[in-house]
Structure formats: structure tokens, C-alpha cells
Design a protein. Structure first.
Length: 388
């Protein structure tokens, strides 16, 4: 994999940037200055969407939103304490709820359906925005349809907390992708990426699948390094549960064909794990690599758990077109960058499922002056998807 500098985006001069071990996204749009009046208008057309279950840190998250945007809470199995916090909260909140507990894709889809705002900013309840970040991301999305900020991972004095921060930096933060949070996008892109925001079947890894469709459509993810959010410190082995769930999502996505399946699974996974752990040891240290090895075990255990038990009972809901997209060189678990062969294979898988995802030839359709027709087309695409 070619190492190139990160896509440096807009914002204050001298903002700290990060170097990414991933190729730059193609077909990037030029950066144009945006006046403050246009940004104010963009703020009025923005919704922050947060999937929420039982995390009371949502209060700090909401408090960090320093612009007058719509705040959408997509509840999935909320606790009584969360419901009370919402009822007593002084800020206006748009609240929607799904019955499928833990389904992040369905929660984000419900959040998107609950608002008519043009720009959707995805956020997690255990994170907070740095001052000015919401405005900076809105300014960026006015000229670039998908914009990614930077996560600063908190850590405590505990060893596992520090190792978790290093591994998260390596596994999610050291390359440009559409993994959220923080991620803002123009909802007009939906009609160009299959007609839907997130895949509700795979439950986890929903942003990874979203990223793949962006690549199929040739829609770039622009990195905004000064748009920082702060992730609360993680403790103990809580991160292993997350990777177990990612493994379940990987298993579902492989069966439905939205991810590729290695033609020789055991050999490929051994090769991929060895290479990834070596890179982790080089970049983050031997301790982080050892901890990452445990997370890899949890990830593959989650995939096996789905294959044997179907814990989310999704197989009965698979479309008739669902089938594995096998490849010798499958998509690695670390990184979302697709090769040309992988792009061709996933494009064919979507085509066989009745979704034609072609490259967008003119990205200017996502600029504010052209947002009307594009948004109308996107809304029509979402309506067709719901009817299907």
C-alpha cells in the first residue's frame, strides 16, 4: 500500500495534521472560500444525529454543540435514566426510536428520516465537540459532500486504557475514511450510493459499508484535521466487546455480498493479521500490537458466532440476491481502501442486487447552488428504497 500524506483540508493555518498510511481519495473537489452568511445558512440546514441507548454522557455531548443546529436523538432501547434526561433537557431535541436494539445503521437511518435538514453530522454519545468544530464542518460540507474530522482518544492511567487509545488511533484514525464520528455529509449523495444511507442488516460496521459505496461512486472523503472531537477514555476490556460486534457485522456483510469474502479464509486472515500486527507494532509499539492481537481474536470470534448462531436473526431478512462476493485478495479488516479489483467486485455485487452505483462525473451537483435538484433526486431515491 502506497503511503501518501493526508489530504489537508481547510481551517486555521498551522492546524496540526496527521500522516495517513492510505492513498488519497480520488476525484477530490477544489477548495473554495465560503463567506459567513453562507455558513450561517448551512448551519440552519444541518442536523447532528446521535444514536443513543443508555449512555448518560449524552448530556456532555449535547452541551458541546455550540451552534443552533437541529439535534436528533435516534433511540434504540433507551434506559429510563436516558428518557428522563431527554424529557428534562432545556434544549429542543428531535427524538425518534427504533425497536431493533443495538442496530446502529437502523438508528442512523431513523435519525435521517426524522429530519429534513440537508447536512447530517454523525456523532457518538461518548464524544464531545471542541469549540467551533460544528461550524467548521458545516463550512467544509458546503463545498465537499463528505467531510471527516479527527478523533482524539482519551485515556486514563490504566494500561489497557492507554493501549486502547493507541490501537484506536491505528485502526480507525490513521487513514482517511468515512468511519464516524465525526462525519458530515450532504444527504444529496444518497441517490448516488444505492438509494440508502446505511445498511440496516449488518448492525455494526455500517459506516465501513457506507465508505465502500462512496468509493464506488467516486465521492471523496475530505479530511478536516482541525475538526476535533474528544472520545471519552475506555477502560478494561470494553473495547473487546466492540470488536466482537464488528466481527458479527463483518459476517453479515460477507453473507449479503456488501463486503468481500476471502476465497481461502484461514490463510487470508493469517496473512492479513500478521501484516497488520507488524504495522501496528512499528507505528504504536509492541504493547499495542499485543493488545490488538486480542482484539483480532475477538473480531474473528464475532464472525464465527454469527456464522454459527445468527445472533441478530437477520438471515430470514436477507434479500433473494444475497450471496458472497469471493476474492483471493479480500478487503483487509484494517483500512477501507479498495483496490480496483475490489471495486469491480463490489460494484457487480450491488448490480446483482438491483443497485447500480456509478461514478459521479460532476461533483459540483453537491454545491449549495445545485442542492435543490440533487436533494430532490436523493429524496426520490430514498422513497424508492423504502418502498422496495
Amino acid at each position: 500500500m502506497t503511503t501518501t500524506p493526508a489530504t489537508t483540508a481547510r481551517g486555521p493555518l498551522g492546524a496540526r495534521t496527521r500522516t495517513y498510511t492510505n492513498e488519497s481519495r480520488e476525484n477530490r473537489m477544489a477548495t473554495d472560500p465560503v463567506d459567513e452568511a453562507a455558513v450561517d445558512e448551512g448551519i440552519a440546514r444541518t442536523a447532528v444525529v446521535i444514536a443513543l441507548r443508555d449512555d448518560l454522557r449524552i448530556a456532555d455531548c449535547i452541551a458541546s454543540i455550540d451552534e443552533d443546529v437541529e439535534i436528533v436523538l435516534a433511540l434504540n432501547g433507551p434506559s429510563d435514566a436516558v428518557l428522563k434526561l431527554i424529557a428534562d433537557h432545556p434544549r429542543p431535541l428531535t427524538v425518534t426510536e427504533i425497536a431493533d436494539v443495538g442496530n446502529l445503521g437502523a438508528a442512523y437511518n431513523a435519525g435521517a428520516a426524522a429530519t429534513d435538514r440537508q447536512y447530517l453530522l454523525l456523532m457518538d454519545s461518548d464524544c464531545t465537540f471542541a469549540p467551533g468544530v460544528v461550524r467548521a464542518m458545516v463550512r467544509a460540507v458546503l463545498t465537499d459532500p463528505v467531510v471527516k474530522g479527527q478523533v482524539v482518544y482519551g485515556e486514563s492511567d490504566g494500561l489497557l486504557s492507554r493501549l486502547t487509545a493507541r490501537v484506536r488511533e491505528f485502526d480507525e484514525g490513521d487513514y482517511v475514511s468515512a468511519l464516524s464520528p465525526p462525519l458530515i455529509y450532504n444527504r444529496a449523495i444518497v441517490d448516488h450510493i444505492g438509494g440508502y444511507h446505511f445498511d440496516e442488516l449488518i448492525h455494526w460496521c455500517e459506516d465501513r459499508e457506507f465508505d465502500f459505496r462512496l468509493q464506488l461512486a467516486g465521492i471523496p472523503v475530505v479530511y478536516l484535521p482541525e475538526a476535533r472531537i474528544f472520545h471519552d477514555a475506555q477502560h478494561g476490556f470494553a473495547n473487546m466487546r466492540s470488536y466482537f460486534r464488528y466481527g458479527v457485522g463483518e459476517g453479515i456483510a460477507q453473507e449479503t455480498g456488501v463486503f468481500t469474502t476471502p476465497a481461502v479464509p484461514v490463510l487470508w486472515r493469517l496473512f492479513e493479521a500478521t501484516r497488520t500486527l507488524a504495522h501496528c507494532a512499528r507505528d504504536k509499539g509492541a504493547g499495542a500490537a499485543a493488545y490488538y492481537a486480542l482484539l483480532k481474536v475477538a473480531f474473528h470470534t464475532g464472525t464465527a458466532h454469527h456464522l454459527l448462531n445468527d445472533p441478530y436473526r437477520v438471515r430470514d431478512r436477507y434479500p433473494a440476491s444475497a450471496k458472497r462476493a469471493r476474492m483471493v485478495r479480500s478487503i483487509p479488516q484494517h483500512s477501507t481502501r479498495l483496490t480496483k479489483a475490489q471495486l469491480r467486485r463490489l460494484r457487480r455485487a450491488h448490480w446483482e442486487a438491483g443497485r447500480r452505483i456509478e461514478r459521479v462525473t460532476d461533483l459540483s451537483v453537491f454545491r449549495p447552488g445545485a442542492a435543490g435538484p440533487a436533494a430532490a433526486a436523493s429524496a426520490a431515491g430514498e422513497a424508492r428504497q423504502q418502498q422496495a
